[in-house]
Design a protein around this ligand. Structure first.
Ligand code: NAD
Length: 248
C-alpha cells in the first residue's frame, strides 16, 4: 500500500536541521510540494535547494513559531496547506531549581504556544479548503518524565493534550490532528551523548536495545500525513523501540 502525497501542499516547521529537515525530504519524496520553514532562512534555503536539485518541489520560508507576526507573515498570501508537520522544538535542559521563569516560558513558547499558533493559522486555510492533516511532533517525554527536562516534558504533555483538543474541535471541518511521539532518535546533535557511558546506559533501558533512526519515523509520519489515516484523529503514536513499556 502506497503512502503517496502527490498534489498535496505541506509545511514543515523547524526544517533547518535534524528531524524537520528529514521530514521535509520524506514528504517531498512522497510527492508533496513542501515549504520548509525555520528561523534560519539560509539553512532552509539550502535544504530546499537540495530537494529541488533532486527533482522535488520545495521552497524555503523564514518563520519563528514563537513570534505571532512571523507566523502570520508566512501564511499571508499563501494558498492553504493540506499538511502541517509541527516539528519546531527546543529542549531547554536544566535542573528545575535553577531554571528561571523566562527559561521555562521560552520552552513553552516554542513547543506548545508556537505549535498552537501555527496549527491555528494552518487550520484556517484547511477549513476553507475542506480539510487537512496536522501532525504534532511531541515526544515520549510528553507521556513519561526524565530528569532535568521539566519545561520540555510539560510542553510535550501539553502538546499531546492540545492534539486531542484540536482533533475534537476541528473534526467537523475535515481537519485531522494527530501526534507522533518519537523515542530517542539518533541525530547529529545527540550522537556524541549516546557514545558516552550515560548514553549507552540509556540505550540499555530501551527494550529493543537500540536508538531509533530517523527512517524509523518515515512510515508513521506518512501514514498520519496521508489520506490513508482518514479515520485517525486525536491519535497519539509512540515510535520508541518499546521505551514507554520498559519495566519499572
Ligand atoms: P533539532 O534541534 O535538530 O531541531 C529542532 C528544530 O526546530 C531546529 O531546526 C530549530 O532551529 C527549530 N526551532 C527551534 N525553535 C524554533 C522557533 N522558535 N521557530 C522555528 N523553528 C524553531 O532537534 P530534533 O531532534 O530534530 O527535534 C525536532 C522535534 O522532534 C522537536 O520538536 C523535538 O522535541 C522532537 N523530538 C526529537 C527527538 C529526538 O530524539 N531527536 C525525540 C522526541 C521528540
Amino acid at each position: 500500500m502506497d503512502l503517496r502525497l502527490d498534489g498535496k501542499r505541506a509545511l514543515v516547521t523547524g526544517a533547518s536541521s535534524g528531524l524537520g529537515e528529514h521530514f521535509a525530504k520524506v514528504l517531498a519524496e512522497a510527492g508533496a510540494s513542501v515549504t520548509l520553514a525555520a528561523r534560519r532562512l539560509d539553512k532552509v534555503e539550502a535544504n530546499a535547494a537540495a530537494l529541488r536539485e533532486a527533482g522535488h518541489d520545495a521552497e524555503a520560508a523564514e518563520m519563528d513559531v514563537a513570534d505571532a507576526q512571523s507566523v502570520a507573515a508566512l501564511f499571508a498570501g499563501r494558498a492553504p496547506f493540506d499538511i502541517l508537520i509541527n516539528n519546531a522544538g527546543v529542549s531547554g535542559a536544566g535542573a528545575a531549581l535553577s531554571m528561571t521563569a523566562e527559561e521555562f516560558a521560552g520552552v513553552i513558547d516554542t513547543n506548545l504556544t508556537g505549535a498552537f499558533a501555527v496549527a491555528r493559522a494552518a487550520a484556517a486555510g484547511m477549513r476553507e479548503a475542506g480539510g487537512g492533516s496536522i501532525v504534532n511532533i511531541a515526544s515520549i517525554l510528553g507521556l513519561r518524565v526524565s530528569g532535568h527536562l521539566a519545561a520540555y516534558t510539560a510542553s510535550k504533555a501539553g502538546l499531546v493534550q492540545l492534539t486531542k483538543a484540536l482533533a475534537l474541535e476541528w473534526a467537523r471541518y475535515g481537519i485531522r490532528v494527530n501526534a507522533l511521539c518519537p523515542g530517542y532518535i539518533e541525530t547529529p546533535i545527540n550522537a556524541g551523548f549516546f557514545a558516552t557511558e550515560a548514553g549507552k546506559a540509556l540505550i540499555g533501558r530501551i527494550p529493543q536495545r537500540r536508538l531509533g533512526s530517523q527512517g524509523d519515523l518515515d512510515a508513521p509520519l506518512l501514514l498520519l500525513a496521508s489520506d490513508r489515516s482518514a479515520y485517525m484523529t486525536g491519535s497519539v503514536i509512540a515510535v520508541d523501540g518499546g521505551h514507554l513499556v520498559s519495566g519499572l
